[in-house]
Design a protein around this ligand. Sequence first.
Ligand SMILES: C[S@@+](CC[C@H](N)C(=O)[O-])C[C@H]1O[C@@H](n2cnc3c(N)ncnc32)[C@H](O)[C@@H]1O
Length: 431
Amino acid sequence: MPLLNSSDILNWIEQCDTEIVKAWGPIAVGLLAIVIGSIINILLLWHQRKQNNRQNKFNTHQLELSKSKEERNEILQRLDTFYGPFIQLRTQSEVIYRKFESELEKEYKQKGTRFRTLRHLLEGKTLSPQENDLLKQILEINEKLLTLIESSSGDIDKLELQDLLGKFSAHIRILKLAYEKKLNGPIELFEDIVFPLAIDGAIESATERLKYRLNEINCMLKWQGTYQKKLKSNSTIRYYDKHGDEYTNRTLFIDLSELYNPFREQVKRGGRILDAGCGVGRDTRYFIEHGYTVISFDASREMVRRCNEYPHAFCQNMSFKDIAYKEEFDGIWCCSSLLHLKLEEAKEAIKLLTTALKCDGVMFISLKLGKGHKRSLGRLFQYYDEDTVQELYKDDSRLEPIKLWQSKSLVVDDLDGKWLNLLLRKKQFFF
Ligand SMILES: C[S@@+](CC[C@H](N)C(=O)[O-])C[C@H]1O[C@@H](n2cnc3c(N)ncnc32)[C@H](O)[C@@H]1O
């Protein structure tokens, strides 16, 4: 039943005092007009504020875009005027140097020592006419490198890289003076002016970092939004994200020479290495410091952050599934990382890694010795033995095994653990 019907309302109006209505009517109308006016004003203000916000957002976005365009041009300029030419000249120099030192290296090896150009010149030892011509060519390229470094010093934003370039320049100058026989005094005086082996790796990492940023900016400009690559996480990756300190303390300082050596024997000197699942970057650092150029990746953001703490590294947050390199690496280093993938996933990863490898390149894989798989503190571990490990590569006709060996664990709290190490080569001809 309705509480009030229309006849009730009519009765109530009739009963109202007409005098009251006459007196308060205009006031009520006035108040109503004020209320409506205020509401309209508020609505107008609200609309205007919204428009202003939109305009501000648009302006900020335009500013960001123009800043990004500026940054893109700056990066392109740095790549064109410094990093590109530097890499070109260093490649020329390296190729000629290989020819120059080949005979001398053999001679020194027989004597049980290593050949070093500066020492050889300081000791006043002779060079064959051909060696002399080749060295002259190297010195000419060095002069161009010096000019490039001096003219582009503003393009290098990392202090550590500037420091390395300083050492490199000093070495070039001393080498020239030694060649011109202008240096006197004991050899030991100049012994510490060594060629900084990390130079090529550092330049390569800086170049890759710039290219990566360029790609980010291009995506941002294309989609007119921010570019963020999101990686799917799993409990293994979450473990590494959470236990950064603990994992660093356990693994950063172990000496893996017994694993590095067989790999280095197969990878050309100064070659390009992919450190796949690099963790805190112990091996990335080792290879760069020994004259290789290294690209690294890891699925854990925390591991990537730590690897990139070494100023000459370039590490990306990427999973095995994302590998898209094609014939770019002389060596692939997969130290205790593939063991976190189940057998079928690991096989898929090895296919992608093989595509990333140059023909005749080698891949090192270290795995835990045992059977089946298990989980420990959220991490998945897949175990292998001499038979099951063949499953990883036997269906890929591009690969051939070159060495399989066991080693003891070097991690303090896992000294009972045993490892299975595998070296694979990508054949030069495969069908
Ligand atoms: C045992 S650690 C080894 C790290 C380093 N290679 C070393 O020897 O110290 C395993 C590494 O593999 C990474 N990892 C696990 N699954 C991965 C995946 N699917 N893609 C890329 N990295 C992965 C982890 O984040 C971790 O850093």
